[in-house]
Design a protein around this ligand. Structure first.
Ligand SMILES: Nc1ncnc2c1ncn2[C@@H]1O[C@H](COP(=O)(O)OP(=O)(O)OP(=O)(O)O)[C@@H](O)[C@H]1O
Ligand SMILES: [Mg+2]
Length: 308
């Protein structure tokens, strides 16, 4: 797959002396959804702002669709849509005007049918004559997305698109983003909702303290860094763990009917067979077994801790 955005050796030191990005290398593949995860202040917005030409890099280079973002700024920028982290829309302008003006800014010819499609997809069609200051916070955020899509970008950056958006609306927005991806738009989003990255992303990048710690296929990441938890349900409650089982890092539920065991899926021996043999040897009858893969949230916290 070809890279639509190429980032090489990118660093940023702000005038204040803050090193916000250090030697970031990243290829964003055409047509993918890439989720960037990282704690507050990790450098996510800085990275997006540099690609979109809002912040100048200290060193390194970036190209979008083969256009260098500094030398060939206009051509690069025309391919990009940006939904910024901060909600900022002209308060007294009607939704329709906001969105069509944005298209004009990129020198694109008027296309009311495209704008209608965008507004309908974002459930804003009924609000097209409303002024931005008459909209709810979640609606304003959707206006920002409509604005970013007005000029038909090939790459869309969404910087925390669903912050402050309620759960059902968030799901609708995920659908919209997926539809966009299906129509061929490459999408880079940042989010603090790990469930969002888990649901949406093809690949996940983790940034911490200005460094890109890894970029990986979501499925591979979950498999390789994930742990699994085995839950053993017992026929009769245990008062305490027998000696022979005590050293295995097991946890017993308060009522004594469930024992949990966390294991690393990367380990050659997971220890499950031994564990079950030990249960049998102690005469502990097992009613049921289940395993659960750790969530992206757990994977993410482990990664950031390992690199602390
Ligand atoms: N305009 C600026 N001038 C000086 N420092 C800045 C500026 N913008 C960001 N920073 C600093 O750069 C670092 C990275 O900030 P950035 O906004 O990129 O983080 P982020 O990953 O987007 O965080 P969040 O999840 O909170 O949005 C932080 O230490 C921040 O204080
Ligand atoms: Mg940010």
């Amino acid at each position: 797959m070809t890279a639509i955005v190429e980032i090489r050796g990118l660093s940023k030191v702000y005038a204040s002396g803050t090193a916000a990005l250090s030697d970031v290398n990243l290829d964003i593949r055409e047509g993918e959804i890439l989720a960037l995860l990282g704690p507050n202040g990790a450098g996510k917005t800085t990275l997006i702002s540099i690609v979109c030409g809002l912040v100048t890099p200290s060193s390194g280079r970036v190209s979008v669709g083969g256009h260098d973002i500094v030398r060939d700024y206009r051509a690069a920028r025309a391919l990009i849509g940006l939904v910024p982290q901060e909600v900022s829309v002209e308060p007294f302008a009607p939704v329709w005007t906001t969105v069509s003006f944005s298209r004009g800014l990129f020198g694109r010819p008027r296309d009311d049918a495209h704008l209608e499609k965008v507004l309908r997809a974002l459930a804003l069609w009924d609000k097209r004559h409303a002024r931005n200051n008459e909209l709810s916070g979640g609606m304003k955020r959707r206006v920002l997305i409509a604005k970013a899509l007005a000029h038909e970008p090939r790459v869309l950056f969404l910087d925390e698109p669903t912050a402050g958006v309620d759960v059902s609306l968030r799901r609708e927005m995920w659908d919209v983003v997926r539809q966009l991806r299906d129509s061929g738009v490459t999408i880079i989003l940042t989010t603090h909702y790990l469930e969002e990255a888990e649901q949406m992303a093809d690949r996940i990048g983790v940034i911490d303290k200005g460094r890109l710690l890894l970029v990986e296929e979501k499925a591979k990441l979950m498999r390789e860094f994930g742990r699994k938890r085995l839950t053993v349900e017992l026929v009769a409650p245990l008062a305490a763990l027998p000696e022979s089982l005590a050293a295995r890092g097991l946890a017993v539920s308060e009522d004594g009917t469930r024992v949990t065991y966390d294991y690393d899926t990367r380990a050659e021996r997971t220890g499950i067979a031994h564990l079950l043999a030990a249960f049998a040897a102690e005469g502990i009858a097992v009613r049921d077994l289940s395993t659960r893969q750790s969530s992206l949230e757990e994977v993410f916290l482990r990664l950031v801790e390992e690199n602390a």
